[in-house]
Design a binder for this molecule. Structure first.
Ligand SMILES: [Zn+2]
Length: 429
């Protein structure tokens, strides 16, 4: 049985390709895909459920190309309170995913998770057990034996030498990974690591890329220092994560632009550490983050001039606020339209899904976002839950302010302390 067609009328359409907005557009959605797109104000086809947007902005659902869904701090019990059970993690992961979808993020690429919890959440979403964006997962991050492997225990698969690297890559296919993530340099967020030098050998990276590509998987490379970035580009990696020193190497930016590969600048992760809210980070890492933030800004400017395709990768918290990366890309020199392109078609390309998501075009998956406001005028409207009017996922209205009545909104407020005492009904004496 085919589902009833949905017809979104009176839309101000931003299609994600960078084309100028179109007023008064009608977009027909059927069987999870985008059908006809009309701009002549024709009425909705007979039998379709019409949703009048009254001039609101209709755009593709956002795609976050660099998230760590399972990387958050577990709540901690006070002394004497019941300890927080480790299994509560699953529910908090589900909460993060639900918040993402609520904010119009309809696809995420998770580039490193602890254990297999995220893979389980991906399955739960596919089974319809929990709401959430489409999740692409890398399984474990493939890395040389490193201090980071100890620091991020459970997130890395350490391997040394081309054969072991190949095996580590195959293990991720076995685990159900959608793509491979490889560390070419250390991570700035681990004090014991120097993120400047190359951390793996050319032979090791070549083995990973060969194995992944031959089997039809894409490769994302963590690259901080320039040597790792250069090696990743030379060895055919598909996306450069961070790549903050690229502004120093015009030839590498040219090569990225020529080959259409995607840079995911992740400005927010440098903000996250340099702002150091609550003094949570080691002082040396905070100093480094300030320096790296400056470099990352210069790289965004240089990449833009060179015509490199960029993607929105928040790589930060809180979950659901990925559009803050879009805002920051705009502050770093992208126009709001270029920011939106990065957060939609650019990120979809980073995921290898640009034939399916990221644009409002006939035949694409109907992952759509209706914004009560103009993100071209002010991209920050994408951070305001009240302005995220409707999120359509695979053709189905899935989240958004329009689906929440006033009473439901009251219920959605953070739960207060239970007014009934924990030991009520069980007098102690
Ligand atoms: Zn990351």
């Amino acid at each position: 049985m085919t589902a009833q067609a949905v017809c979104l009328t009176s839309a101000r359409l931003i299609d994600g390709t960078g084309a100028p907005p179109v007023e008064g557009a009608t977009v027909v959605v059927a069987d999870g895909r985008i059908g006809e797109i009309k701009t002549d104000g024709e009425p909705a086809p007979a039998g379709a459920l019409e949703i009048g947007l009254e001039g609101r902005t209709l755009m593709p659902g956002l795609v976050d190309a660099h998230v760590h869904v399972s990387a958050f701090d577990m709540p901690r019990a006070l002394k004497g309170q019941e300890a927080v059970a480790p299994e509560v993690r699953h529910h908090l992961i589900a909460q993060g995913l639900r918040r993402m979808l609520r904010m119009g993020i309809t696809t995420v690429r998770d580039v490193g998770a602890f254990g297999d919890d995220l893979l389980h959440a991906r399955q739960a979403i596919r089974l319809g057990a929990i709401p959430g964006p489409r999740v692409l997962a890398c399984g474990r991050i493939v890395s040389a034996t490193s201090a980071g492997g100890r620091h991020f225990a459970g997130m890395y698969r350490e391997a040394d030498g081309p054969d072991e690297m190949r095996k580590a890559t195959r293990e991720q296919f076995r685990r159900g990974a959608d793509f491979i993530k490889i560390m070419t340099t250390g991570a700035r967020s681990c004090e014991l690591e120097n993120s400047s030098p190359l951390q793996i050998t050319r032979d090791e990276l070549a083995a990973v890329v060969d194995e992944a590509h031959r089997m039809g998987y894409r490769v994302a490379a963590h690259c901080e220092g320039l040597d790792g970035t250069r090696l990743a580009i030379e060895e055919g990696v598909d996306t450069i994560e961070h790549g903050l020193e690229l502004h120093r190497a015009a030839e590498l930016l040219e090569e990225l632009a020529r080959s259409g590969r995607v840079l995911v600048p992740t400005l927010s992760c440098f903000f996250h550490v340099s702002e150091n809210r609550g003094s949570r980070w080691a002082p040396g890492l905070v100093r480094l983050a300030h320096k790296q933030l400056e470099e990352a800004h210069r790289t965004v400017e240089a990449a833009r001039r060179a015509g490199v395709r960029m993607a929105m990768g928040f790589d930060s918290q809180p979950h659901g606020q990925s559009a803050l990366e879009l805002v920051r890309l705009c502050r770093a020199g992208l126009t709001p339209m270029e920011g939106i392109v990065a957060a939609t078609t650019g990120s979809a390309a980073a995921c290898g899904l640009d034939e399916h998501v990221g644009a409002v075009a006939r035949g694409m998956a109907a992952d759509l976002l209706v914004v009560d406001g103009d993100p071209l005028e002010d991209p920050e409207v994408l951070l305001d839950a009240d302005r995220i009017w409707l999120v359509v996922q695979s053709g189905r209205p899935a989240a958004g302010a329009a689906l929440e009545t006033d009473l439901a909104a009251l219920g959605a407020a953070a739960p207060g302390a239970d007014p009934v005492p924990a030991l009520a009904g069980r007098p102690l004496s």
